[in-house]
Design a protein around this ligand. Sequence first.
Ligand SMILES: [Zn+2]
Length: 155
Amino acid sequence: MKTSNFQIVPLRTEIAEAARRAAAAGVSDHAVITADSPNGFPCRHCLRWAQLGERMILFPYASIPPGHPYSESGPIFVHAEPCERYKETGEFPANFRKHRVFRGYNANFNMIDAEVVKDSEPEVMIEKLLQNPEIAFVDTRSVTRGCYTFRIERV
Ligand SMILES: [Zn+2]
């Protein structure tokens, strides 16, 4: 296992479970979608792409909490069935090496830097951003749709 100065922070299990309960209760902003393409439905809890035919819950998630200039809530997917939270937190998830943007935030949730991954070397981008001591965490998102994927913190 590669040693790195960062760790991957997948979506908390309590949030995935709450989304499953809300979808089961028919809450209007929690939609159940059946995956119909191989790389269109990333689960933020297990950090895998949904397989064709898997049911996913689509719901809004506040990656940057309310009360800040950069407050942000946007759509994410989790598996509708229970899945295992991504465990290899010292390793960048193989499924998301491409098509990601990295946004660096300070401790007050202000975005102070950003990079687009090039040549499939996300570790290089992350370590570059984390060299700035003002950056408290890095969020990675889809470069095309802009959706939050996961957080990266210093070890
Ligand atoms: Zn999952």
